[in-house]
Design a protein around this ligand. Structure first.
Ligand code: NI
Ligand code: NI
Length: 158
């Protein structure tokens, strides 16, 4: 952090009203806090749009009574072992499992992995939460990750 810069800016009244509402509803202590958050959110979004290195969490809810689903989910994760950091499995009830998978890698690989897991038969719901490895948030530009040899949707998991 290298000193503070004060800035003044002009906004349409209507945009300003929306900004104030964002601050109020988001419980930001100050407009400055809101702007800091907006800048970081934009940087995370850009990393995803530009296929930079990203961090994500894939949540899967699936039917334990489907005999092959957990094996298939594990198989897909093994295929993408370079991206999978950690997995937490919770038995929600007698029949339903939740799996939270923390992943790091090129944004395109994370999206592919989330789709591939989420579209397995027996999966009841899947969600991808996108975040950052932190490099984009500290002002240092992340190195552009290389596209790995994955052809979107093209390969099969034996
Ligand atoms: Ni379970
Ligand atoms: Ni794959």
């Amino acid at each position: 952090m290298s000193g503070l810069v004060r800035l003044s800016m002009s906004l349409d009244r209507e945009l300003n009203d929306r900004l104030e509402r964002m601050q109020r509803e988001g419980k930001y202590a100050s407009r400055s806090d809101l702007f800091r958050d907006l800048i970081r959110s934009r940087e995370v979004a850009q990393a995803w749009e530009g296929d930079g290195e990203a961090l994500g969490t894939i949540t899967l809810i699936y039917d334990h009574d489907n005999r092959t689903v957990s094996r298939r989910l594990t198989h897909v994760q093994h295929h993408h072992h370079g991206a999978v950091l950690a997995t937490t499995h919770v038995h929600l009830d007698e029949h339903v499992c939740a799996e939270m998978i923390m992943v790091r890698g090129a944004a395109s690989e994370i999206r592919h992995l989330a789709d591939e897991l989420g579209h397995q038969k027996g999966v009841l719901h899947s969600a991808l939460a996108v975040s950052s490895t932190g490099k984009a948030l500290t002002g240092k530009r992340p190195p552009h990750t290389h596209h790995h040899s994955h052809k979107a949707g093209g390969h099969a998991h034996p």
